[in-house]
Design a protein around this ligand. Structure first.
Ligand code: HEC
Length: 290
């Protein structure tokens, strides 16, 4: 009985697998390729020339760069984007002293309560406070941005494929759709009806090519760097992308560095296991072939 049942189960299973296979093959061959602007003209994100200092297994933070990136966030992006998972005290990671963190926190206004009346007010930030949101609520955020809510940036580089590269590409990628071409094909020739609606901006790195964020970095020197680095658009984009990589994964470098001892330990353990195996089986002679 059990045999018949298992045979039946096997037949049903194989049948379902076969049907699924043929249906998949059918859609694969019969489906027409999607023909749409965002499908054909979207660009893959790429990092800055030379990559980031934290790329690769031996990567490291460049703290001077993180400090510059923080300044770009503070002076440009924070007008619209919050950073709600980062506290001012975390800035100590960027190489600031305790006193500097305290002074820096105090340059921000965070929501507070008037001690006499209990009314909501603002007060200077403390190291334990988190970065404040630029808008009191989502409705205000949408109203100020053509109905799009600027997303929180704390985890942005983890929320997008190749996030650090993506932020860099997005910030440097704004261009004119009229002249935009990919692989030698002009967007406006392929899709003459393509438009960028009023209040949106064309950017081929954004998934549907038009987004509600006006180009935030538009001129060299928009941020004045304290360390004398030339603040080109590409440099500011790279620095803020690095800073946002840190906010999303502050332990990135520690994680990479823990990897090395672990790998060494595993290699050592493998060698040990091999030697133990030889020792245990040493008095068993291999069978001679007849
Ligand atoms: C004037 C307001 C404003 C400023 C300033 C601004 N942004 Fe934005 N940003 C937006 C809005 C609005 C969106 C949502 C766009 C959409 O979904 O169409 C957005 C979206 C984004 C996104 C998400 C894109 C995606 O894939 O969903 C990133 C990343 C981003 N901004 C980074 C930055 C950085 C970095 C800065 C500073 C250099 C900055 N923004 C400055 C308004 C702003």
């Amino acid at each position: 009985m059990i045999r018949i049942l298992s045979a039946l189960a096997g037949i049903v299973f194989a049948g379902v697998a076969l049907v699924a296979f043929f249906m998949g093959a059918w859609t694969f061959f019969s489906e027409e390729a999607v023909h749409s602007p965002d499908h054909e003209f979207h660009l893959e994100a790429h990092g800055p020339e030379g990559g980031f200092s934290f790329d690769g297994p031996l990567g490291k933070w460049d703290t001077a760069q993180l400090q510059r990136g923080y300044k770009v966030y503070k002076e440009v992006c924070s007008a619209c984007h919050s950073l709600k998972f980062v506290a001012f005290r975390n800035l100590a990671d960027l190489g600031y002293s305790e006193a500097q963190v305290k002074a820096e926190a105090a340059t921000w206004q965070v929501p507070g309560i008037d001690p006499n009346t209990g009314e909501a007010t603002t007060r200077p930030g403390e190291p334990t406070d988190y970065f404040p949101s630029p808008y009191p609520n989502a409705v205000a955020a949408a109203a100020a941005n053509n109905n799009a809510i600027p997303p929180d940036l704390s985890l942005m580089t983890k929320a997008r494929h190749h996030g650090s590269d993506y932020v860099y590409s997005l910030l440097t990628g704004y261009t004119d759709p009229q002249t935009f071409a990919k692989d030698g094909e002009r967007l406006m020739e392929e899709f003459p009806e393509f438009t960028t609606p009023e209040g949106l901006y064309f950017n081929p790195y954004f998934a549907n090519l038009n987004l509600a964020m006006a180009p935030p970095l538009t001129s060299e020197g928009q941020v004045t760097y304290d360390d004398g680095t030339r603040a080109t658009i590409s440099q500011m984009s790279k620095d803020v992308a690095a800073f946002l990589t840190w906010t999303a994964e502050p332990k990135l470098i520690e994680r990479k560095q823990t990897g090395w001892p672990v790998m060494l330990f595993l290699i050592f353990a493998t060698a040990l296991a091999y030697l133990a195996k030889r020792q245990i089986w040493s008095d068993v002679k291999p069978k001679k072939k007849a």
